[in-house]
Ligand binder design. Structure first.
Ligand code: ADP
Length: 153
């Protein structure tokens, strides 16, 4: 496989996209030629932060990096990867809870799309405690979340 073929999908809810997510993307660029940040859109699930607003913030955040694409998807991640000719999924791991969950979804994704490899990057210690759910909670009660996200809300 030529190096130019190394495309990874970084799927997630990104509600909101955090410094921890940004760190995974930037480190992922040392491994992959192109990374597609894919916002999972599940119409049955309500988001806290507006999807289109968040998409625009993340697009603007990476505007200087032409090998980063930001999209919304509403299908199985394994099939999205096929459509994008991506052989890799990129995910971050913070702790054993992440591991338990990631372990099973990566098995299912490989079952659905033979050869699809999930590559895990261990969180950088300074971002290990950052989670979208905690940011939502802080924001809901009027707290300042600016030091957890790479853009202005
Ligand atoms: P999902 O709802 O699919 O779990 P998230 O938006 O919560 O989506 O997370 C997307 C990916 O980013 C997951 O692999 C998650 O483990 C990882 N991630 C989330 N926060 C961090 C962080 N602070 N450091 C490293 N990885 C993270």
């Amino acid at each position: 496989m030529s190096k130019l073929n190394k495309v990874a999908i970084f799927p997630g809810s990104f509600d909101p996209f955090t410094n921890g997510h940004e760190d995974i993307v930037l480190r992922g660029l040392q491994i992959f030629d192109r990374i597609v940040i894919a916002f999972g859109h599940n119409s049955n699930k309500t988001r806290y932060f507006d999807l289109d607003m968040m998409l625009e913030k993340v697009r603007a955040n990476f505007i200087h990096l032409p090998n980063i694409e930001v999209i919304i998807f509403d299908e199985l991640t394994a099939l999205l990867a096929k459509r994008y000719k991506a052989n890799f999924l990129l995910r971050g791991l913070r702790n054993t809870t992440d591991f338990e969950y990631e372990n099973s979804i990566s098995q299912v994704n490989r079952y659905l799309n033979d050869g699809l490899e999930t590559v895990f990057l261990i969180t950088s210690p300074k971002y290990a405690a950052i989670s979208s759910s905690i940011i939502r909670e802080v924001h809901k009660y009027g707290g300042d979340v600016s030091s957890f996200i790479p853009y202005r809300l």
